[in-house]
Write a new protein. Sequence first.
Length: 117
Amino acid sequence: VQLQASGGGLVQAGGSLRLSCAASGRTFSRYVLSWFRQAPGKEREFVASIDWSGGSTRYGDPVKGRFTISTDKPKNTMYLQMNSLKPEDTAVYYCAAKVRGYEYYTWGQGTQVTVSS
């Protein structure tokens, strides 16, 4: 599995960004795709996940109601729409994939999101 994240950048507080994660290498019907983030000096934090087949989603408490995870299956791409961004959302965002029911993740490279106040 190969994952390629993109879409990060600098945005003012209250603004929006959409991250993309292009996935390749296999069929993803058994996979759960996720976004994590890591701010400087902090541990990696779960942001959101989506079951590729069933579409069920989960969100971390800090982003509920502001972020939306989705997929475009023909394009093998996962998205993270981030609205009402806050300075505390500043972090490197990583996409990751795992087989449903397992805990081993395959990671993509990160994309930097910076939210200015």
